[in-house]
Design a protein around this ligand. Structure first.
Ligand code: ATP
Ligand code: MG
Length: 210
């Protein structure tokens, strides 16, 4: 499961854990993207986003952080990450790329997205506020590859799209950044350790004087 995780929040974490349990896989990996410096939020570096993901999963063995995009010299293109995971896990292991409905509908703008299903399955999770209203290109792609069977996904290394509904949590990182910038607390929307890290490092405009 990739993302900017700016910052990681309970919507990401609960999604990842529910999928791990539903798929009965050993682990879900959270893979923060390295943003070009000009797109980084002021006062929050890639390494800080990575550290917050680390803190968020530290107590949960079913979730892991994967630093390969942030540590790589290459751009954070999913196709490169998938190739690297495929090389690591071998040709037979099923790989699932997890994304919210909002991200899925933007897929045709991703670098070499047509190659993704050669490398992995795509699991799309519902997200409150985003209905499946695809452009024709993504609708055709979905129709061609859709399955509703978890077993079909786990029986092959790549090639299927599965839409999955789970506990709706209308939390976004935008909302967390806005709360902090306004001097309000994001407590209970993010893990306590993440909120503590935001305060300790003065991220997202946090300041104690408020
Ligand atoms: P921002 O508001 O900055 O865009 P975000 O909350 O959307 O942040 P991202 O890092 O952009 O978080 O999202 C990473 C992935 O997690 C995306 O695939 C996104 O669709 C998914 N996701 C984010 N929040 C939720 C949520 N509450 N429920 C389900 N999926 C989510
Ligand atoms: Mg987003």
């Amino acid at each position: 499961m990739g993302g900017t995780f700016d910052p990681i929040h309970n919507g990401h974490l609960r999604t990842a854990l529910e999928l791990q349990q539903w798929l009965q896989v050993a682990q879900v990996r959270l893979i923060p993207a390295k943003l070009p410096v000009h797109r980084e939020a002021p006062g929050c570096t890639s390494l800080q986003r990575l550290e917050m993901v680390r803190l968020a999963v530290a107590q949960e063995p079913a979730l892991a952080v994967d630093a390969r995009e942030i540590e790589s010299e290459q751009p954070s293109w999913s196709v490169l990450t998938l190739q690297s995971l495929r090389a690591e896990l071998g040709p037979e292991t099923p790989i699932c790329m997890v994304m919210g409905m909002d991200a899925y509908m933007t897929l045709p703008s991703w670098h070499q997205w047509q190659r993704f299903l050669d490398l992995c399955h795509i699991i799309v999770v519902t997200r409150p506020g985003y209905r499946f209203l695809p452009e024709p290109e993504i609708r055709k792609f979905t129709d061609r590859h859709l399955t509703d069977s978890r077993d079909a996904v786990l029986a092959s290394p790549a090639g299927r799209v599965l839409l999955h509904e789970l506990t709706p949590l209308a939390i976004s990182a935008t909302q967390i950044r806005d709360l902090v910038a306004q001097g309000l607390s994001p407590r209970y929307l993010v893990p306590d350790a993440v909120w503590q890290y935001i305060q300790d490092h003065g991220l997202y405009g946090y300041s104690q004087q408020r």
